[in-house]
Design a protein around this ligand. Structure first.
Ligand code: F6R
Length: 530
């Protein structure tokens, strides 16, 4: 099978129309097999345009349509007779008496099907058959679990097809339950076949086409045995790969994510002299390459800072009111979504990490400040745009001054920077303590745990005080959000049980608390899921 993956529906329709035109130019009396449904409408539009411009002459063409509902009045609006007249036959110069369609009004459906098979044979067989594909893998109306050797026949439509096609009817009860359709063996006799598929709903059916097996569960898989089949589809129907970008102050991590796994990853260093333009150009160029290679058509970005209607503004990056999503979307020709990086990390953990299987998760990232990501019912909760700034919850009225200008913000007490401040103060007050000794050379989160392991009471005091502050904020968040799970991320979370156990005890075991699992991959996966 040949595969042509197109950027979008428009390109898919153009490619298909070109192949049909080529066929008709090469053999003006070609026998063409047509399909109905939404998929070929764009192709028929292109053929009509070509005809209008004098580039295509279909006067010699004989046509056979794949199928028709049964029973249905041939002049009813929903019949495929009317559909074809509207979409193609009324817009090109195919001679009326060379148009063949199964009749929804036939008294004896078996006779009608036999007549149809004979007519196809008399016409010398179909030169080029155009197919769509049902989301359940049907071609024509050959539904899953039907006879793969059948000729044209009367068939019962599956509930999935009835549901999918109900969009053309006033309500689902009006969709005919049966249809007359060319059988797989009829389709198979066509000399050349093009199968068109667009949109995410066809992804599984197209995947089956490229799997190793042939199965009645997905009748289109039979086409693998045909010697001249071309699949023309758009990215949506072909690939689930998406690109997740996690922008940080030091580096930008770009990953291709498929089935919640990172299958390729690149890192761009953010250097001090980089301008907004430089950084966007570097990210865009990697994305363009990955997009091409993996047929990835969705891009999500996680970025630190404020995102509002003016764009992104990040303290540690050269972004000031930067419409990053719009710029990248224009450059790459795809929709680009943007979110706060902590929210993306929370989404990644909820979907693929420690929060898998949970719908309501709160992630707390402890670092220089405190970042938060709130996932409610499987989705990021961003409020008016910037929810999740949990580090700036005021837990202490008239408390320490925060860099945001407020007093008593949670991150002034429970971030790693706050912990270091507490350790420095304690070391100064207890110069003979193990902690003071351990802190002599350098001081970081680990110093405290090292001193505690050596039996230092001063360190234990600091830790208890710190856990108290951490629990105070978490307590508030649990009361407000009632999450199923709280995830702790950030360097300090490496201490795992040493933090999780006392923290859980402090909040009275109200909610399970775990350490996040995906580390720096969480942001990429979450961004890709946007
Ligand atoms: C229509 C036909 C069907 C459709 C399929 C996809 O003649 O034979 O197999 O091709 O149901 O329908 P759309 O294009 O509407 O998604």
């Amino acid at each position: 099978m040949k595969l042509i993956v197109c950027e979008n529906y428009e390109e898919m329709s153009e490619k298909a129309a070109e192949i049909i035109k080529e066929q008709v130019v090469k053999k003006p009396d070609s026998v063409l097999g047509f399909a109905t449904g939404s998929t070929p409408v764009g192709t028929y539009d292109k053929l009509a345009e070509m005809y209008k411009k004098g580039e295509l002459d279909m006067s010699g063409v004989t046509s056979f349509n794949l199928d028709e509902y049964y029973p249905i009045s041939n002049d009813s609006d929903q019949s495929y007779h009317c559909f074809m007249e509207r979409q193609l036959f009324g817009r090109v110069n195919i001679t009326k008496d060379k148009i063949n369609m199964l009749s929804g009004e036939a008294e004896d459906p078996s006779e009608e099907c036999e007549r149809y098979e004979e007519r196809i044979e008399e016409a010398g067989g179909i030169d080029l058959q155009i197919l769509g594909i049902g989301r359940n893998g049907h071609i024509g109306f050959n539904e899953p679990d039907t006879d793969l050797e059948a000729k044209t026949h009367l068939t019962e439509l599956s509930s999935d097809t009835i549901e999918a096609n109900s969009r053309f009817f006033e309500n689902v009860d009006l969709v005919p339950t049966h249809a007359l359709t060319m059988g797989i063996s009829t389709i198979f006799k066509s000399k050349k076949i093009i199968l068109l598929a667009n949109g995410r709903s066809k992804l599984n059916a197209v995947r089956e086409l490229f799997s190793e097996h042939i199965t009645t569960k997905s009748p289109a898989t039979m086409l693998k045995l045909h010697s001249d089949v071309t699949i023309i589809c758009d990215y949506e129907a072909y690939s689930e790969a998406s690109i997740g970008i996690d922008i940080g102050g030091m580096s930008v991590k770009i990953g291709v994510v498929e089935n919640l796994k990172i299958i390729d990853k690149r890192i761009i260093d953010v250097t001090s002299g980089m301008t907004e333009k430089d950084l966007i150009a570097a990210i865009t160029s990697v994305c363009a390459e990955m997009r091409k290679r993996y047929k990835a058509n969705r891009i999500g970005i996680g970025v630190p800072g404020i995102i509002d209607e003016n764009g992104v503004t990040s303290a540690n990056l050269p972004f000031k009111d930067c419409k990053l999503d719009e710029i990248m979307s224009r450059a790459l020709g795809v929709t680009v979504k943007i979110e706060n990086d902590a929210n993306c990390a929370a989404l990644g953990e909820q979907a693929a990490g420690a929060g898998k299987g949970m719908r309501n998760v709160l992630m707390v990232t402890l670092g220089t400040g405190i970042g938060g990501g709130i996932i409610i019912d499987g989705k990021i909760y961003s409020g008016k745009g910037n929810a999740g700034e949990i580090g700036h919850m005021r837990i202490m009225p008239d408390g320490k001054l925060c860099k945001c200008g407020k007093h008593g913000c949670w991150e002034r007490y429970a971030s790693v920077s706050a912990l270091i401040e507490m350790m420095e103060r304690a070391a100064a007050e207890h110069p003979d303590s193990i902690l003071a000794d351990a802190a002599k050379d350098s001081i970081n989160g680990k110093t405290l745990f090292k001193a505690m392991d050596m039996g230092c009471d001063t360190a234990k005091h600091v830790f208890d005080e710190y856990i108290g502050y951490l629990a105070a904020g978490i307590d508030i968040l649990v009361s407000v959000l009632d999450p199923e799970l709280i995830l702790i991320a950030g360097g300090i979370s490496r201490e795992n049980e040493k933090i999780i156990k006392p923290l859980s005890e402090r909040i009275g075991g109200a909610v399970p608390i775990k350490v996040a699992e995906l580390k720096s991959d969480a942001g990429i996966i979450g961004a890709a899921l946007l």
